[in-house]
Design a protein around this ligand. Structure first.
Ligand SMILES: *[C@@H]1O[C@H](CO)[C@@H](O)[C@H](O)[C@H]1NC(C)=O
Ligand SMILES: *[C@@H]1O[C@H](CO)[C@@H](O)[C@H](O)[C@H]1NC(C)=O
Ligand SMILES: *[C@@H]1O[C@H](CO)[C@@H](O)[C@H](O)[C@H]1NC(C)=O
Ligand SMILES: *[C@@H]1O[C@H](CO)[C@@H](O)[C@H](O)[C@H]1NC(C)=O
Ligand SMILES: *[C@@H]1O[C@H](CO)[C@@H](O)[C@H](O)[C@H]1NC(C)=O
Ligand SMILES: *[C@@H]1O[C@H](CO)[C@@H](O)[C@H](O)[C@H]1NC(C)=O
Ligand SMILES: *[C@@H]1O[C@H](CO)[C@@H](O)[C@H](O)[C@H]1NC(C)=O
Length: 924
């Protein structure tokens, strides 16, 4: 928070200089609003359907009226004359000059040259606010009145809406604020402005004409030492819609490959260019795409999204009024795009598959007859199962730290890794990153533990058991006395007198922010509830490895790990002898706590009835608190996207449908679906590079596929499965966003198996962070959410999220799961969710007529690193199933012949070669 006196000083100054001139009010069929008095920028934009709500931060406009503070309606550009000189900058916000505005045919006309005194006289720049079919439009006309050519190397239209959370309570923030997400899709690009409630109305910003493509999305620097702050946790900042970006690509962005090819525009003598934006209302997030289509833009829908494992056939559907004239791929040949057919409601379908040798970013450019190009951005990953086995290997080999003379007692462990240095991160002044705790330091062992829960490997399990017995139990976690099971905040600390002879790296300033670098007593505090999730998940992962693969654990029985996980949770929710709670933040949703649902189910399955009841009652009490709060998504931050996962999980668990639904709405407010792997299912996060990323790029910056993606996907997917009509577009929207979020964490795993904490989205960076940091919670979400869905889409027919569909004889649909775990399937028409705890679902079929579902379960003998199941001839797999929507008209039953009940489900004997087929039939 900023000191109050600076706020007061500024408001007094403003009050004395603001002239009595009134702002210019306007109205169109769909909006009412106001342009600022002197600058004519957009000050207020309220939808007629909900006139009390303002998309613009009009209530703090007086704090943002200074030079260098951008608004919608400003213009920035770079130009050079006659091909010579360097690029010159022009920016209407730089001086914040007083314009002469007039109200003629349009809503407001302004000559902008007054604000651009240094710009060459030959350039005339005018702005028009107008309206079209009830929408608001903004256009800029740039004319070269001289006799030479002028090249525009950059042309950026700043976009400002109310994403300012500063000085607002959580409830006010939710009620008043919006989030801004781009689809950097060239001529089909758009920006969506969604409300934090997730319930709309929302704003859609589209190009006014085919010259106004969204080529790049540039973060705008602004003065930061201002009352509202800028580029801080409560104010991410603003971006510009870049029509041209060549001048940036040549200079500031010359170390990156931009999302789209950078272009410029040469204005010949006398030539005029008009570009602009159109602002439309989409009442719900589900209507954003049809709103985009309604202004004449093509819409692309990728299934399951735009992160494409190489063994998955991606489906791409295009809804366009213009004919497609060409499809090209960059890098050439990275993807094969082949026509699959025409579909109802003007959709054209393509199959998209990755070339065997490609990895990473790829772009599909679709050209249309009107000259527009649409860019669709893909990430090509290794086949999911290969990617997670590579990750498991990387974590337990490259990240396996063995120096047992470490003075902090961190070895052996899976420790934070720096991919640029290709080395462990053993020191950092953000102590926890090197201290095996907090998300930033625990992330790697959390990922390794979660991996064993679904794909245990004997060698990896053995190392993690060693880590538990030598480092976790007794060091990271207190193993005796009245604080047994307490989890410390960090094993690493800064206190030179306690580690004589140890050299703290002088690269870091160890004392720059008092209290931020922990000494031992601060590091050894046990009060951060979040840390209890990591340790309990590690134990649970090992429990599952041992339960599903008897004999794989060598240090303790599976139940020991299960009970360790349980007691770890219980400590976090108990009180100290003086009556104070053992931990803080225990009544907010915790990153990754969905795993506690699995822990609870397994306590019941193993007949730990009293333990299950105790845990149930703790979680119920928390849920009751959330049920009573208007905005139950608190965290360590002023606004966050971390609490919702836990709030949803327990609200759903305890059948509090209204809190669950409100939470899913909130998630839809900060998680978009657009045709770009980086933003599709990417939950809004922008500050954790500071706390878990490489020190080189520790800054506020929008993150791509930080852990919000994997974690927030869990509620959306669960909510999708519970839908009464899972074949409707309304419901499928959740599946699209949720699956995008679930696939996000796959893109973080590099070609060698290293998992990065997030991707840097600033156009001068565009690369994965070098630190593993807090990738663990993202991977947790990936593992717990991985499943293959079969849906009959109203327009596209049979599609799968996560699998490859084969329609055999017209009535039987066969799907091969290609998701990371191949243990969970959902058959939408009958709301059937089937899960197995080990082995693999080789394929499943759905008979469209009889509604019978057959699931082929195979052994996982090939992926367990030398482990042999019992007699080596068969594997015992626990199968569970449910119909996730009571409303589904078809009641299904399991053909349980030959199965016995156990561990809360059915035990299926699976041969080491071949499959066991399980059938579900419709009750007649
Ligand atoms: C704009 O006009 C106001 C009121 O006349 C004046 O106080 C202010 O200095 C002017 N701003 C600039 C940049 O000229
Ligand atoms: C912050 O809130 C206080 C109290 O409501 C108010 O006086 C102050 O002007 C606000 N500051 C900003 C920058 O909005
Ligand atoms: C990149 O641009 C910077 C200026 O922004 C310049 O100093 C540098 O030489 C450029 N590098 C290359 C490889 O062009
Ligand atoms: C598809 O295009 C048609 C025609 O432009 C439009 O009416 C419809 O809303 C579009 N649907 C979507 C989801 O884009
Ligand atoms: C850590 O060290 C860096 C490099 O000296 C410094 O910029 C930063 O402020 C320090 N951070 C903390 C939390 O002390
Ligand atoms: C570390 O940061 C503090 C506080 O900003 C500063 O006083 C000190 O000089 C810095 N130390 C070094 C070595 O830069
Ligand atoms: C453990 O005992 C110490 C010393 O009496 C006390 O300060 C602390 O609060 C106790 N912790 C718990 C969890 O009861």
């Amino acid at each position: 928070m900023r000191p109050l006196h600076s706020i007061l000083t500024l408001s007094i100054i403003c009050a004395s200089i603001i002239p009595s001139l009134a702002q210019v009010n306007f109205s169109t069929t769909n909006f009412v609003g106001a342009f600022a008095a002197r600058s004519g920028v957009l000050e207020s934009l309220r939808p007629v359907s909900s006139p009390a709500f303002d998309f613009s931060p009009s209530d703090v406009f007086s704090f943002r009226d200074g030079p260098g503070q951008y608004h919608t309606g400003d213009l920035t550009f770079r130009y050079r004359t006659n091909g010579g000189d360097g690029w010159k900058d022009a920016d209407t916000a730089a001086l914040r000059a007083n314009l002469t505005n007039s109200q003629a045919d349009g809503l407001l006309l302004s000559g902008l040259n007054v604000a651009l005194p240094d710009v060459v006289a030959a350039l005339t720049v005018r702005r028009t606010w107008s309206h079209q079919d009830g929408d608001l439009t903004l256009s800029f006309t740039i004319q070269n009145t001289g006799s030479g050519t002028i090249e525009l190397g950059s042309l950026g239209m700043p976009i400002e809406f109310n994403n300012i959370f500063t000085n607002r309570t959580a409830t006010e923030t939710t009620a008043k604020c919006v989030l801004v997400d781009p689809y950097i899709g060239l001529g089909a690009g758009y920006v969506q402005v969604t409300r934090l409630t997730g319930t709309g109305p929302n704003l859609v910003v589209t190009p006014l004409n085919s010259d106004s493509k969204l080529e790049a999305w540039r973060f705008l620097s602004e003065p930061e030492d201002v009352p509202l702050g800028y580029r801080i946790q409560t104010y991410e900042g603003n971006y510009a819609w870049q029509i041209y970006s060549k001048a940036y690509a040549e200079q500031e962005w010359n170390e990156t490959v931009p999302w789209n090819p950078p272009t410029s525009k040469i204005l010949a003598a006398g030539e005029t260019l008009t570009v602009g934006l159109r602002f439309s209302v989409a009442e719900t997030v589900q209507q954003i795409e049809s709103t985009v289509a309604s202004v004449g833009l093509p819409v692309a829908v990728g299934i399951p999204g735009y992160v494409l494992p190489r063994d998955l056939v991606g489906r791409l559907f295009i809804n366009a009024t213009q004919k497609i004239t060409a499809i090209t791929v960059e890098p050439e040949g990275a993807l094969n795009v082949s026509l699959s057919g025409e579909y109802p409601s003007s959709w054209t379908g393509y199959d998209v598959t990755a070339n065997d040798r490609t990895f990473g970013r790829a772009r599909v450019d679709i050209s249309y007859a009107d000259g527009r190009t649409q860019a669709i951005h893909y990430w090509i990953a290794h086949p999911s199962t290969a990617a997670i086995s590579e990750l498991g290997s990387f974590l337990t080999n490259e990240q396996w730290y063995t120096n047992t003379s470490d003075p902090f007692g961190r070895a052996p462990s899976v420790i934070t890794y720096d991919r640029e240095a290709n080395d462990y991160v053993l020191q950092d002044n953000r102590t926890w990153i090197a201290g095996l705790s907090d998300e930033g330091g625990a992330g790697s062992f959390l990922a390794a533990g979660m991996k064993q829960s679904v794909s245990p490997n004997a060698g990896e399990v053995s190392k993690l058991e060693t880590f538990v017995h030598e480092v976790v139990w007794g060091r990271l976690q207190i193993s005796s006395g009245n604080e047994t099971y307490a989890v410390r905040k960090s094993l690493f600390f800064y206190q030179p007198d306690l580690v004589p002879g140890y050299v703290y790296d002088p690269y870091f300033n160890w004392t720059s922010v008092p209290g931020e670098t922990w000494n031992r007593s601060a590091a050894y505090l046990v009060d951060r509830t979040y840390d209890y999730v990591h340790v309990s998940a590690l134990y649970w992962g090992l429990y599952r490895a041992g339960r599903t693969h008897p004999g794989m654990l060598t240090r303790q029985e599976p139940d020991w790990y299960l009970l360790q996980a349980y007691h770890t949770v219980i400590f976090a929710y108990s009180n100290a002898s003086d009556g104070t709670p053992n931990t803080d933040y225990n009544n907010v949703g915790l990153m990754g706590e969905t795993v506690w649902g699995d822990l609870l189910a397994d306590l019941s399955a193993e007949n730990y009835t009293a333990e299950a009841a105790a845990m149930q009652s703790i979680m119920h009490a928390r849920q009751q608190v959330w049920a009573s709060q208007p905005d139950p998504y608190g965290s360590e931050m002023a606004w966050d996207s971390t609490g919702e996962e836990g709030v949803y999980f327990w609200s759903h668990h305890f059948h509090d449908n209204s809190t669950a639904q409100k939470t899913v709405d909130a998630i839809r407010g900060y998680m978009p679906t657009v045709a770009h792997w980086g933003w599709n299912g990417n939950a809004r996060r922008y500050w954790d590079f500071l706390y878990a990323g490489s020190i080189q790029l520790a800054r506020i910056e929008r993150q791509i596929h930080h852990y919000g993606s994997g974690l927030n996907a869990l509620p959306l997917l669960s909510n999708y499965r519970a839908a009464s009509d899972p074949g409707s577009l309304q419901a499928i929207y959740n599946l699209r966003v949720g699956y995008g979020g679930n696939q996000g964490p796959l893109s973080n795993i590099d070609v060698g198996g290293f998992g990065s904490m997030a991707f840097h989205s600033y156009p001068d960076t565009l690369r994965w962070d070098a630190y593993s940091g807090d990738y663990g919670p993202n991977f947790l979400g990936h593992v717990l959410g991985a499943a293959t869905y079969l849906v009959e889409h109203p327009d596209f027919g049979w599609i799968s999220f996560g699998g490859n569909v084969r329609e055999s004889n017209g009535s039987v649909v066969t799907v091969q799961p290609k998701d990371a775990v191949r243990k969970r399937i959902f058959v939408a028409p009958v709301s059937l969710y089937v899960t197995i705890d080990s082995g693999e679902i080789a394929d499943f079929t759905y008979n469209v007529k009889s509604k019978e579902v057959q699931v082929s379960v195979a052994s996982d003998a090939n992926s367990t690193g030398g482990y042999r199941h019992g007699d080596a001839h068969s594997q015992q797999v626990v199968l569970n199933w449910e119909q996730t929507a009571q409303q589904n008209k078809t009641k299904m039953q399991l053909d349980a012949r030959g199965l016995r009940q156990g561990l809360g489900g059915y035990i299926v004997e699976v041969p080491s070669a071949g499959v066991t087929t399980i059938s579900f039939t419709a009750c007649s």
